[in-house]
Design a protein around this ligand. Structure first.
Ligand SMILES: [Zn+2]
Length: 322
């Protein structure tokens, strides 16, 4: 009898856990889809670098961080770090520019580890309105990089729900990546924590579609072979592999690179399969593979949580520091 009751309770527990995890997964899916539908909507006009539309994206991301329970770490007690001054541009050299970053902080709880910072980043801008393609002139940037912003938001949600991690986690959305990383340049000049305290940076870029060059649901890490961070995350469950497109120099092509040049172990997580909608109006929500994107984000939650609670300090491998 006792065994039967135990068995009955056990089955109920399993059933309950299955239902709650299914409900949780529905909530995650709705959060991901909801955030994508806003950031990459036509209403955002393609979030051009330094524009009012980029400010709208920044305001939305800041408000999401507030709701999630992440504290502000931008200017004057808010989330937004105003960026203005003279910056380097890809084509035009140096010029005056205004943009912004969004910065949130989850304070670490461990006396010994709280000064160590894990930096999770994505860029919120895209390329705005451009030449029409098939009658559409809005370059929505759903994959590039609304998908990365949404991944960072979901990581914030997960880390904020659990007991505070041992290390401090910074969540940063950079402005003006597409024009040459002006938000990032300013961040490096005015970091909210000393740069030497940042033990790792993961930038999330274009995870909204699967890459057929790797296995289903795998993500790749730019510069995987340069440090021990990727292999260690993979050991802790991340479906991370080496970048299958080394000729594209993706390691050098996102905001992680400027940080890496300052010594921070900084890589980009992606599954960009060189699709033809890159920097075209067709990079919109209709072309997002939500199953892949949810799986991709989900697969990084545990490994990032581990990193935020571990004492592991990633290092560049011999001769591989940029
Ligand atoms: Zn991008």
């Amino acid at each position: 009898m006792a065994t039967r009751i135990k068995l009955f309770l056990f089955c109920n527990l399993i059933c309950f856990l299955t239902v709650t995890s299914a409900q949780q997964s529905n909530i995650d899916q709705a959060q991901i889809r909801g955030a994508m539908e806003f950031l990459a909507s036509d209403a955002m006009q393609g979030r051009a670098s330094g524009s009012h539309d980029e400010l709208l994206a920044a305001t939305y991301l800041a408000s999401q961080l507030r709701e999630i329970g992440i504290e502000p770490a931008g200017d004057e007690g808010g989330y937004i770090q105003n960026v203005s001054g003279e910056f380097n541009f890809y084509r035009e050299g140096k010029k005056l520019w205004n943009t912004r970053n969004v910065i949130g902080r989850l304070q670490g709880r461990d006396e010994k580890l709280k000064d160590q910072v894990i930096l999770l980043t994505a860029h919120m801008d895209h390329i705005g309105i451009g030449k029409p393609v098939n009658g559409d002139n809005i370059y929505n940037g759903a994959d590039d990089d609304a998908s990365g912003c949404v991944a960072v938001l979901q990581l914030a949600r997960t880390l904020a729900h659990e007991k505070a991690p041992k290390r401090t986690v910074l969540f940063v959305f950079f402005g003006s990546e597409e024009t040459g990383g002006q938000g990032n340049q300013y961040f490096l000049q005015h970091p909210p924590v000393p740069l030497k305290n940042i033990v790792a940076n993961l930038e999330f870029e274009m995870i909204g579609r699967a890459d057929t060059a790797v296995k289903l649901d795998e993500l790749w890490l730019t510069g995987f072979e340069r440090s021990n961070l990727g292999p260690e995350l993979a050991k802790h469950g991340a479906k991370l592999v080496a970048d299958p497109h080394p000729k594209e120099s993706f390691f050098q092509r996102s905001d992680n690179y400027a940080l890496a040049k300052q010594g921070v172990v900084a890589h980009t997580v992606s599954s960009f399969g060189l699709h033809s909608d890159y920097h075209r109006p067709g990079d919109d929500v209709a072309h997002i593979d939500f199953n892949h994107m949810e799986e991709a984000i989900h697969s990084m939650l545990g490994p990032v949580e581990w990193l935020a609670n571990s004492e592991f300090k990633p290092e560049w491998l011999e001769g591989k520091k940029p």
